[in-house]
Design a binder for this molecule. Structure first.
Ligand code: ATP
Ligand code: MG
Length: 338
């Protein structure tokens, strides 16, 4: 029987698994629900997310991957194990697993990722740099001698990189991404309206009317929360313009970082980037106006990739096909195991 090759995007908010020859086979939230009394995991993924904020006190939910890196090793291992089993439908199949890692990851953090895959039964583990995976997922030939700029805005981190010849030339990673925008909305509604809202509500509002470029005064939406003074449920109407003022400063941080990476890029590649444009991936690339804001402030045409949320997962799975050419950005993780 032919071996199974899996590409895994271990995201802060979502885990995506791509099976070579089949495409995306799993897309679940990176959430674990566990019983604090017995210390046992009771649910993972969609099932665990549905429990968020609705369980008795002894059942707690945790997102074990924060800012793109593993913050709880045990639960991440559990997640990867469960999802790999779900996809292969057996503990007996020992797949080769490629996992993408943020370019700023430390060797210790990389080791934790490898161990999670090993304990999920991997026969071999490979690490792929996230910007390379994003580019491959967007259909870019990363091994060509031409510079491309990728901006991956996820839930926990924004990774910016210039790639050429299968490697990363310049890069930056900042902890400003989807979750940052959600938290800013929660804080604003709390201080302006004395209303407590949950992160799911904030995220929904962001997706509905969030905007960081040319907001419209007549676009609005309402949110429900708990009035902090009376304790009663209450509903308020929020306009796109007021949300713009809340979100824009964080979008400006992303733009500053993109400009900084461009400034550090060798002149030979700048010409290529002007020709090829900037390609955005990750869920936060869908935040209204973020692409226009980057384009406006860099003078480089900026577009959102097709399937921006699945891009990194698709590219990680496809990386097996270019394993030999991806010398730098594709590491055989044997070097990390003891
Ligand atoms: N239409 C949309 N508008 C704005 N934000 C969106 C939209 N759709 C998804 N998002 C945001 O995208 C983020 C998730 O993106 P993604 O799935 O790429 O993250 P991730 O890969 O899990 O995180 P990371 O790469 O940082 O580890 C969430 O913060 C979500 O709110
Ligand atoms: Mg991601």
């Amino acid at each position: 029987m032919a071996g199974v090759d899996l590409g895994i995007d271990l995201g802060t908010t979502k885990i995506i698994v791509y099976r070579r020859g089949k495409g995306i086979v799993l897309e679940e939230p990176s959430v674990v629900a566990y019983n604090v009394r017995s210390e046992q995991v009771v649910a993972v993924g969609h099932e665990a997310l549905a429990m968020l904020g609705k369980t008795p006190a002894y059942i707690q939910t945790e997102c074990p991957i924060r800012d793109g890196v593993i913050s709880n090793h045990l639960y991440t291992e559990y997640l990867v194990k469960e999802f790999v089993r779900k996809v292969t439908k057996s503990f007996l199949i020992k797949p080769r697993i490629a996992i993408c890692i943020p370019s700023a990851i430390t060797p210790v953090e990389a080791r934790a990722v490898v161990e999670a895959a090993m304990s999920a039964g991997a026969r071999k583990v490979y690490l792929v740099d996230e910007p390379l995976a994003a580019a491959m997922g967007a259909g870019i030939d990363v091994t060509a001698p031409s510079g491309h700029m990728m901006v991956d805005c996820g839930g926990g981190t924004t990774d910016i990189a210039v790639i050429s010849l299968g490697g990363i030339v310049t890069a930056d990673s900042l902890r400003v991404a989807g979750n940052t925008f959600d938290e800013a909305i929660i804080k604003y509604i709390q201080s302006r309206y004395k209303l407590a809202i949950g992160s799911k509500v904030a995220e929904k509002l962001k997706k509905e009317i969030g905007c960081v470029f040319n907001p419209k005064e007549d676009v609005m939406s309402s949110v429900k929360g708990r009035n902090l003074l009376t304790g009663y449920p209450e509903q308020v109407t929020i306009t796109q313009t007021e949300l713009f003022d809340v979100l824009r400063p964080y979008a400006d941080e992303i733009v500053a970082s993109v400009r900084n990476v461009l400034e550090r890029t060798p002149p030979e590649l700048i010409g290529d980037i002007h020709d090829n444009g900037i390609v955005m991936t990750g869920g936060t690339s869908l935040l209204r106006g973020l692409d226009q804001l980057i384009q406006e402030n860099t003078g480089v045409e900026t577009r959102v990739a097709e399937d921006p949320i699945l891009c990194v997962g698709i590219g990680t799975g496809k990386s097996f096909e270019q394993m030999d050419e991806l010398k730098e950005g594709f590491q055989n993780a044997a070097t990390y195991s003891h």
